[in-house]
Design a binder for this molecule. Structure first.
Ligand SMILES: Nc1ncnc2c1ncn2[C@@H]1O[C@H](COP(=O)(O)OP(=O)(O)O)[C@@H](O)[C@H]1O
Ligand SMILES: [Mg+2]
Length: 306
């Protein structure tokens, strides 16, 4: 069994372009941690995620137990739901403190497109900083969206700092927010607590795109520590010259990928015969990358899990 650098990770992020296998790997990692006795939460920040289809259960707006994996809860961050929830919360607070004109003005301001970003970000911070779970796995949206989310703690901290420097008073709420932002940055920047994993195909373009995103994360102090190279062809099936050549190409990329992600561990995941649906199938496909197939043994998984 390999000793994953992820062994005691408190927070894990799976990033990469659409379709490379982020959701599959995030489910595998979350199941791995839960089956090893850590209280684990799996969060998807991808509005287009089909995490419920992979887990074969309903995944809603609040964390709920995943029936097939003891110790695992899952939830999604749905921008529309979070925006509604945030607006309701702000307006309820406003009604208790201000008159109808002010409430009306706030209501209009809350219709701005920024509200969605703020609402999603606040919920993301809640899950990032929760102490209800030992491990939180984030299945993220395709690259650009995720970079934006991870850059926000810095933008917010800078804004609050600039305001304070400019001699403007910061209120108690803002001070609490500033502390949360600092806690988020400290956690995200500590590689012994947070693992950033990129999922790529063994092909030039996805590797280059992920390497660029990883370099952007490094600029804000977030180091990539794991690269999962997904859909690698198994050697024994590559008997036709076409597949032999693709196999050789993939192996070359596998050898070279670590140069694009300095300091990261590279782990291959083999191409499966069919789509990876159900926790057992996910652990079978990607379990090796997270500590070996014993994680999927019937002792750990509920017997009726696929
Ligand atoms: N190693 C693999 N072998 C075969 N199919 C895979 C493998 N990894 C992922 N898939 C399939 O590829 C599709 C995209 O995977 P998914 O995890 O949803 O990607 P993403 O979350 O990055 O968009 C899914 O249908 C999934 O079952
Ligand atoms: Mg996905």
């Amino acid at each position: 069994m390999p000793t994953p650098s992820t062994e005691t990770a408190e927070r894990l992020f799976f990033a990469g372009k659409g379709g490379v296998g982020k959701t599959t790997m995030a489910v595998a990692a979350a199941a791995f941690y839960a089956l090893h006795g850590r209280r684990t939460l799996l969060i998807t920040t991808d509005p287009a995620a089909h995490i419920g289809r992979v887990l074969e259960c309903e995944v809603g707006d609040e964390p709920m137990p995943v029936a097939s994996v003891p110790g695992l809860d899952a939830a999604r961050i749905d921008p529309r739901h979070e925006t509604r929830r945030y607006k309701d919360m702000v307006l309820q607070g406003a009604r208790e403190r201000y008159g109808p004109d002010t409430v009306q003005r706030m209501q209009e301001e809350l219709n701005s497109p920024c509200t969605e970003e703020v609402a999603v970000f606040r919920r993301f911070l809640d899950y990032l900083l929760t102490d209800l779970y030992q491990t939180v796995v984030f299945d993220t949206a395709p690259t650009g969206h995720t970079l934006r989310l991870l850059q926000l703690p810095i933008s917010y901290s800078r804004q609050i700092a600039a305001k304070a420097l400019g001699g403007q008073e910061t209120g108690a709420d803002e001070d609490a927010e500033a502390r949360r932002m600092q806690d988020a940055l400290t956690l995200l920047r500590d590689p012994s607590r947070t693992t950033f994993a990129f999922v790529v195909y063994p092909e030039a373009t996805p590797i280059a795109e992920a390497a660029r995103a990883s370099a952007e994360l490094r600029e804000i102090g977030l180091e990539t520590s794991l690269v999962l190279v997904n859909q690698v062809l198994p050697a024994e099936v590559c008997v036709h010259p076409l597949f032999q050549r693709r196999y050789e190409m993939q192996q070359r990329h596998l050898q070279e990928v670590s140069a694009s992600f300095p300091g990261a561990e590279v782990r291959p995941v083999l191409l499966q015969e069919r789509d990876v649906i159900g926790v057992r199938a996910v652990l079978c496909a990607a379990g090796e990358a997270f500590g070996g197939s014993e994680a999927a043994s019937p002792v750990n998984l509920r017997p009726d899990a696929r």
